[in-house]
Design a protein around this ligand. Sequence first.
Ligand SMILES: Cc1cc2nc3c(=O)[nH]c(=O)nc-3n(C[C@H](O)[C@H](O)[C@H](O)COP(=O)(O)O)c2cc1C
Length: 205
Amino acid sequence: MKVLAINGSPHPSGSTATALRLVAEELLARRIEVEIVHVGLDAVRGCTACGHCRQPGVHGCVFTDDPVNACLEKARESDGILLGSPVYYGGIAGTMKCFLDRFFYAGAHLRYKVGAALVCLRRSGGVGAMQQLYNYLNLAQTVLPPTQYWPVAHGSGQELMRDAEGVQTLQTLGRNMAWLLQNLAEGGKTVPQPAHIQRVWTNFI
Ligand SMILES: Cc1cc2nc3c(=O)[nH]c(=O)nc-3n(C[C@H](O)[C@H](O)[C@H](O)COP(=O)(O)O)c2cc1C
């Protein structure tokens, strides 16, 4: 089994990367492979709502000059998705927002994969940013593992390791994610995924 982890921080060795690694260690200890992709330093366009990705037979975003399509392909081969972002002004980092809007709008194949998320911050605004990440995971119909607390870890850079409860929360998230991945893999042998139904799309008019 494999988990694709996406780091939305511009710092490949910052607190978000440290937090992702704490979760990854728990997964690796249970023989679940983890690939961490750092997107926070890339030039990533926002979604232009062109509808290209929703056309029949199209798998991916019309823009091919940033990591979105490569990550969609990696996600196709993965059983789980782990999102990590620093908190910027009470929300997720801007580059991560641009990345996730396009990744999830084009990511119909993420349905029923395990989805987990974490945010890192210095002081305040973590729960709002977490909720932003959960919005993507929920609407993609991913399956979220339980956590002992919201996975919001405090401290810049390696300071994060001094947030004992935050570290424990991330480790619990990793263990629970592994448990859920293993259960879905086992259960999937006897219980099929729900049949896909054509989506109803009504505006509030
Ligand atoms: C533009 C910007 C906005 C930030 N906004 C917040 C904030 O709203 N709340 C907070 O606690 N920390 C805020 N921070 C601090 C970062 O969230 C914090 O340093 C985080 O640990 C950085 O993660 P990284 O090391 O993975 O990049 C902000 C930092 C930057 C650069």
